[in-house]
Design a binder for this molecule. Sequence first.
Ligand code: BYC
Length: 325
Amino acid sequence: MYAQMVKSEASNDDPALLAAFQARIDAGEKIEPKEWMPEGYRKTLIRQIGQHAHSEIVGQLPEGNWITRAPTLERKAILLAKVQDEAGHGLYLYCAAETLGVSRDELTEALLSGKMKYSSIFNYPTLTWADMGAVGWLVDGAAIMNQVPLQRTSFGPYARAMVRICKEESFHQRQGYDIMMKMARGTPEQKAMAQDALNRFWYPSLMMFGPSDKDSVHSAQSMAWKIKMNTNDELRQKFVDQTVPQAEYLGLTIPDPAVKWNEEKGGYDFSEPDWTEFFEVIKGNGPCNAERIEARQKAWEDGAWFRDGLMAHAAKQRTAQVAAE
Ligand code: BYC
């Protein structure tokens, strides 16, 4: 069903309607769910918003892994709140996707069957407490870099969901940086753990922005429709420029000897991630892909009784309502 919805690119869109639609996008208008939109626009949004929602939901797993092992009660409460925020982000985003005519069940099925993706970053393991710092600092930092411009995206429900999500993501980023500061200024062993976490999460964080512009399949059309506001490489560069001074402040070293300020371009030079690894991870061959999908599959099966109960209750209410009319 999902494949049918997003893969059939054949479009019967009328050229006059298409031109009027593009004019609205160019004028900076927001497109709302009940308004006319090209099929390709709708499908691209379902793909991007759906994948974004799945990323938030799957993204709870690597951090959820540390809730029971947080070093203090305060750290535990903060981490718990962050993971709960991510569940909330997933839910707003599923709602935004539902306004485009796809159900949450269909999206979930597409995730579990591997037809839909989620962010590559969540296929890496979180091995130590310092990883909670690195995830907040780098992963949420990369997420904000991508999501702040999406507050201006052309589809109304997506843009509005992004406003709230970005506020919460900045708290997430700050809490991660705070953990990194504690670790980097702690004992030599703690500092070594912080450095090790940075070493393991640096390149996977750069991969979050997607393949380099020359290999990005969707960027040109998505940018013309203002579904995306920047190219993958533009955002990756901004992320590096923001993060290198933050690493220096922590006294940590970016694991890339090529990182160097380039006066001419007004940004840092850096090495590209290993794109072969990226494509393997998004094909399902990363270190934790199987484990992540198994966890989501189990959650879906464990929740079946609750969904069935809700549906039965709704049916009963409807029958009672009809009888009363
Ligand atoms: N991972 O043509 P391209 C978070 C796929 S969660 C996996 O450039 P596009 C958080 C791409 O889908 C953050 N797949 O694609 C949560 C396409 O394949 P398909 C999630 C990737 O869509 C919890 C193919 O590669 N954020 O913040 O124009 C805790 C070609 O790529 C990735 C969002 O989802 C990847 N990294 O651009 C903490 C933001 N990159 O679909 C934090 C919204 C690319 O044709 N999404 N692919 O099979 C976007 O902005 C865009 O979708 C992307 C990719 C920039 C990610």
